[in-house]
Every structure is written in structure tokens, then in C-alpha cells.
Write a protein that binds this ligand. Structure first.
Ligand code: 9YW
Length: 447
């Protein structure tokens, strides 16, 4: 399998290339998510990017997270995009029109939705790396954690206050983009119910011009729905209560809920160490417990897979994707469920599939109907997802599993192109190349 691609960089050369990608994507103000396709700061990308940056320059890693949090809305939401001046991406700030929002930030332009809450995880990682780096970095990183903790708490509180409707306890998303897994088949049923209204202003996509093969990207039909949901939110003035009450898309996202649970655990650890308010620490503990219980409660009685819930149609979504392993990220499911999930993950339906170039989970099982090895979140492998599982397994004390995922992630990316996502059988990099978060997680693996 190692010969399917012509180029393989040894680890030190791969790390040097990854570092160069981050430097090249640095506008001076932010590291863009990708050079041409994504010329802005994305929320969860920035978190991963800061983890990679910390290996190069702790100060720069800190400032990246500070830039993101300067764009935090007054209600606590961390927006999914912080826009730069570049206008090569659609939908840009004019289309979002978040100026109509009460709670938006004053000095920067942002989108009006959020992304997965992985920031506390990044902050803790930057702290760990800073502490090992030098006395000056240690002091800076510790000061940074103390300063940013209340903003992280406010972000988590926003998710609980505004985004836990219904009784499932899952954190709800109002747009597939919030999941970070834009066109995953997880969202096919809820999106089928979204009817783009006649008032959808016309638009021209820019992504398909940059990615040479449009079949690697979401379809136009999918984009109509993405844009329609933005239109609904803009008309609601980005009032969260109204959006959660009325939007045509409202889904409890089990992957976000699992990440939220561990991110709350991390914030509790940091909060105790840095002497933050005991009541706030107690809140986080409670939120972590609730989120973990919600993930466990979503697990299918036969397969054990964690499930999203369509909160408009009031039904579980049984689509089998990598998000089904969410309970392994945060724990809390009964032992027998966990064992089932681990053996499924190892099986030929997932990481053990004999034709995979690297034994890391694809976004959808290659054995499922609808699996498409080239299309975005419908089959390809995503290095950041591998990083998350590897990180979580390490944290859970599963060192051997964590190491295997890390090794698989390095194998996937050793062609040195830092693809946005990869064709699982050939290892062909797809979407953008020189994608910042891919370079960042590779750096973290190699340093
Ligand atoms: C888009 C930047 C973002 C990621 C998302 C990914 C993609 C943007 O790129 O969405 O316009 O399609 O799905 O998770 O944050 O890397």
C-alpha cells in the first residue's frame, strides 16, 4: 500500500514542510484556513492551528486564539468565520449581514453561526507545550490561560443556554456548517425538509472555481439550502431564541456534544489549577455530565453507534458515519457499548478495511451505501478527525490505540501536500492543498 503514492517524506522533512505551510498561510494578522479556498479564520481550524503553531512559536499560537476570541459575540458565541479583507470566498460578510445582530462584535466582521467547541482543548495543549518550551513561554502561556478562561466559560455557557433545546440533552445546530462536517450524510434527512424560499437572493459560488473538480465539493442543491438557512437567520436578526424556535433546520449534534463534554472537563481542570470561580467550575462539571449522558443516551441499542437527533421531526438519525463513535471521545457509555464500538472501529467496516491506505477512520464507512471516496464529508479521511480521536484516546489512557491513530495519520499525510481531505484507498489529497489545520496536526504528531 505504501507505493500508491510517488512521494513520501521522512518525518523531519515532513515537519519542516508543515511549518512552512503555516508560515506561508500567515497574513500577519491571522493564519488563513487554506491559501486560496478559505482565505479567512475559521473557528475550529484556528484551534487546531494554534496547537501546531505552539510547536513553532508559543506567542504566535496564543495570539491566534486571542484573535479568534476578540471576535466573540457579546452573548458568548464564538463565530465560525472571522473575515479578513479578502473577498475570494463566498458567502462573505455582506451575504451574512451580521451587522443586524444585537450581540455581534464591534470591530470585526464575522459569520452568524458557530463551530465545534474544541478551543479549551487547544488552550490546554498550548499551555502544555509552552510549559516545556522555555520559562518565558511558560509565563506567557499561564497568563494567557488565566485571561482567556472566562471567555471560554462564556462560550460554553452560550451553548448550554441557547443550544440545548428539547429533552435529548444534545447540543443543537441550526446549520450543517456548525457541525464542521458540512455535507455529511448525517444531515441529509434534516436538509431534505429545508425548502429554499422564493426570496433567496441570487448568488455565485466561488469554491467550485478554486477546487478543479466540483464533485469533490457539496452540490448546488446543497448550497441552495445552506444559503437559505443563512437567509432565515439574517431575517431573524441573528436572534438565537428566534432561530432555535423557527429555523427549518434544528438537529442535536452528537459529535459536538461529545467534544463539548471533554472540553468542559478540560476547562474544569484549568479552572481548578488557575483559581477560577468555584460556581463556574461547578457549572462546567454539571454541563460535562449532562453532555456525556446525552451522548450515551443516543447510542443505538444494537450497533452501539451514537446518533444525532432531528429536533424538528423528532426522530433519531441512524446514518452511520464517523460521528457514531462519539461516545469513545467522551466516555460515559456502558462498557458493553464501548466494547462494541471499539471492535466496530477496528473491523473491516472501518479502520480495518483491507483496501485503506492508512488505517484511520473515513468520514463514512466504505461498506455503507452512499459512501463516496472523493466527496468531502461523504467518505474521505480528514486528518483533524484522526487527531481528535487520537488525542481523546491518549487522554483516556488508551496509549496503544492513540499511537496507532497517530501513525496512521502520519502515513496518510506523508506525501507532504497537506490535503484538506484524502481519498481513503489511493491517498490522493483532495479539496485544498496546504490546508493549515492539516499541517498543524501533522506538526503536533511529529514534534
Ligand atoms: C466551506 C475550513 C472549513 C472547516 C469545515 C469544512 C470546510 C467551509 O472548511 O467548510 O465553505 O465549505 O467543512 O469543517 O472548518 O477549513
Amino acid at each position: 500500500p505504501g507505493d500508491r503514492r510517488p512521494v513520501r517524506y521522512p518525518e523531519p522533512a515532513l515537519a519542516a514542510r508543515a511549518a512552512r505551510v503555516l508560515r506561508d498561510n500567515d497574513t500577519g494578522a491571522v493564519i488563513t484556513a487554506a491559501p486560496r479556498l478559505y482565505p479567512h479564520m475559521w473557528s475550529w481550524d484556528a484551534a487546531f492551528i494554534s496547537i501546531g503553531l505552539a510547536r513553532l512559536d508559543v506567542q504566535r499560537a496564543i495570539s491566534e486564539l486571542q484573535t479568534l476570541f476578540r471576535a466573540q459575540w457579546r452573548n458568548g458565541m464564538v463565530p465560525h468565520i472571522v473575515f479578513t479583507e479578502n473577498d475570494a470566498y463566498f458567502p462573505g460578510p455582506d451575504r451574512w449581514g451580521t451587522e443586524v445582530a444585537h450581540d455581534g462584535p464591534q470591530h470585526v466582521r464575522t459569520s452568524g453561526i458557530c463551530q465545534p467547541p474544541v478551543h479549551a482543548i487547544a488552550v490546554q495543549r498550548v499551555l502544555e507545550i509552552g510549559r516545556r518550551s522555555s520559562p518565558a513561554d511558560r509565563a506567557d502561556a499561564e497568563r494567557f490561560v488565566r485571561d482567556i478562561w472566562p471567555s471560554l466559560y462564556a462560550w460554553h455557557r452560550w451553548l448550554v443556554e441557547y443550544r440545548t433545546p428539547g429533552s435529548s440533552g444534545l447540543i443543537a445546530i441550526v446549520h450543517g456548517w456548525e457541525s464542521g462536517m458540512d455535507n455529511s450524510p448525517r444531515w441529509d434527512l434534516p436538509y431534505a425538509a429545508v425548502q429554499p424560499g422564493t426570496g433567496l437572493p441570487p448568488y455565485v459560488r466561488k469554491d467550485v472555481r478554486i477546487v478543479g473538480d466540483p464533485s469533490e465539493r457539496p452540490s448546488d442543491r446543497e448550497y441552495d439550502r445552506y444559503l437559505w438557512l443563512i437567509e432565515e437567520m439574517r431575517r431573524a436578526g441573528y436572534d438565537q431564541r428566534k432561530i432555535v424556535r423557527n429555523s427549518s433546520f434544528l438537529v442535536g449534534d452528537v459529535f459536538i456534544t461529545a467534544l463539548f463534554a471533554v472540553a468542559c472537563d478540560v476547562l474544569v481542570e484549568l479552572g481548578k489549577e488557575f483559581g477560577q470561580e468555584p460556581e463556574e467550575i461547578a457549572d462546567l462539571q454539571e454541563w460535562a455530565d449532562n453532555a456525556r449522558a446525552a451522548v450515551a443516551g443516543s447510542c443505538h441499542s444494537v450497533s452501539g453507534l451514537a446518533r444525532d437527533r432531528d429536533l424538528r421531526a423528532n426522530r433519531w438519525l441512524d446514518t452511520q458515519t464517523v460521528a457514531g463513535f462519539s461516545a469513545l471521545l467522551c466516555g460515559g457509555a456502558p462498557d458493553e457499548v464501548q466494547l462494541k464500538l471499539l471492535s466496530l472501529l477496528d473491523s473491516d467496516r472501518w479502520c480495518g478495511h483491507p483496501d485503506l491506505l492508512a488505517p484511520v477512520p473515513p468520514s463514512v464507512s466504505p461498506m455503507r451505501p452512499g459512501f463516496n471516496p472523493r466527496q468531502y464529508w461523504r467518505g474521505p479521511q480528514w486528518p483533524v478527525v484522526v487527531w481528535l480521536f487520537s488525542w481523546a484516546f491518549e487522554r483516556r489512557g488508551w496509549h496503544e490505540r492513540a499511537r496507532k491513530l497517530r501513525d496512521g495519520g502520519v502515513k496518510l499525510t506523508e506525501d507532504g501536500s497537506f490535503g484538506e481531505y484524502y481519498e481513503p484507498f489511493t491517498g490522493e489529497p483532495l479539496g485544498s492543498t496546504d490546508q493549515s489545520w492539516t499541517a498543524a496536526v501533522v506538526l503536533d504528531w511529529l514534534c
